[in-house]
Design a protein around this ligand. Structure first.
Ligand code: COA
Length: 106
């Protein structure tokens, strides 16, 4: 998670392929929301690649809606050499939900 309350962002959600569809992703998002709410956040926001249909389905099931589309420019740099190791501009959705009624959604 990043940013300061009352508005936190969720980054890096990942469940090992062999453990998917067992409710772990849902539980991780809910746990992050509980931490955010405990720190005074009113909303949780995340970005997801537009092609990640499974992740988008998960977030929608948890009450997230699309607030914006954008093209996220990523360019990781090797920490030792400072060389750019890859680059891309995937279409991305910004999704958000209110944490006021956290009982909504699964
Ligand atoms: C997206 C991801 C985190 C989901 O984790 P998970 O533990 O499999 O998710 P859950 O088991 O909690 O799924 C909860 C619900 O989300 C939806 N869902 C999750 N994965 C889905 C998929 N691949 N296709 C369709 N729906 C999916 C379903 O509604 C599911 O409920 P159901 O299994 O009862 O049908 C996991 O697939 C993943 O790590 N993907 C690669 C990384 C990634 O895309 N991360 C998101 C970055 S923003």
């Amino acid at each position: 998670m990043a940013a300061t309350p009352p508005h936190l962002w969720l980054y890096g959600l990942h469940v090992a392929a062999v453990s998917r569809r067992a409710g772990i992703g849902r539980a991780l998002v809910r746990a992050a929301e509980n931490v955010a709410h405990g720190r005074g956040a009113r909303q949780m926001t995340l970005d997801v690649d537009a092609g990640e249909a499974g992740a988008i389905t998960l977030y929608e099931a948890l009450g997230y809606t699309v607030v914006r589309h954008h093209d996220r420019h990523w360019r990781p740099v090797d920490r030792r050499t400072a060389a750019v190791v890859a680059e891309g501009v995937p279409a991305t959705l910004i999704m958000r939900r209110s944490l006021r009624d956290r009982s909504r959604g699964g």
